[in-house]
Design a protein. Sequence first.
Length: 340
Amino acid sequence: MVLYRRDLLPHLNSLVSNQMSSKVSVSELKRYGDVHRDELGVTILAKEGRNVYTLKVLAKSSVIEHGDEQRIMEEVKLLRMITKSICIPVVKETFQDRNFLYVLFEEAVACNLDSIIQDPRVTLDEGMAKHVVMCCLDALEIIHSKGVIYNGISSESLLVSHDGYILLNNFRFSKESSDSSAMSTYVFGSVKYRSPEIVENQGFGIASDFWALGVLIYECITRETPFASYGQYDEDIYERIVRHQFNSINLHSGMSREGHAIVNKLLNPDPLDRLGGAGARSVKKDIWFSGLAALGKHKELSANAKRHLKTALASRDATTKLPFNGNADDPIFWKHFQYS
């Protein structure tokens, strides 16, 4: 069962079915500060009247430089297809011009999760970690049911909504398969979160998404990831991942025995025995989530999200420094990016 947000569930179906009824022009949007950046572009807040949206702006030249043209097309396709979880933002519109691709989301995003985890002013606890992971599980249950391996979980790529819910919107490294248990050899995603089967090019399935959740829980409690230290080379991280043995994660200060146990179960090197192999529901049933009946708000995460949102809305347009390159425009290729 997917744990929808109780306050928004009545409006979700009408929002999805009517998302095209209120057209917005990119030229009408007032742009503000960024809430997330990566090598392809920037995600900012944007306003139309009193409505606050999230606008993802990708520089065509950067997309081409990184060879990500097809992956961006697939990402938009998947975002349009997967709309049933409140932890996956709804695409309102897509636009493009000579230099940029735009994806406008209904949900107002405050920041990425890493911004909150690494903030020394924020008190980390297992309550926050449970909230973060339950949001991810809510989305993964839908994603996997569509025959998609997400392959995008990391604190840097997960976004935090204005009211403190976690959003999965980075489908650039996701992979469709005929069924959700199929194995893929498509290797991408954050180095620190890669499972042993990905590192060793053995092919991977949905179990790799649950390995990444184990890394995420550990980071949400300790501000560190279990296999990477600051400044380490990728090769050193890979070595630690492939040498990892089951049940060898140490009990960290601030981590309960139940929290310690679920991290070890998710970080089982054998994907066939890893918690989550039977799907997201099997993870939700773990004793660590005992007493968590619904996906409610987390007070501190919500408060910090509002602080980040306020900062972004007080900042200038963050898209002005993106690279312009008219030669990147190819109307025939990019035509499938637009909503039809």
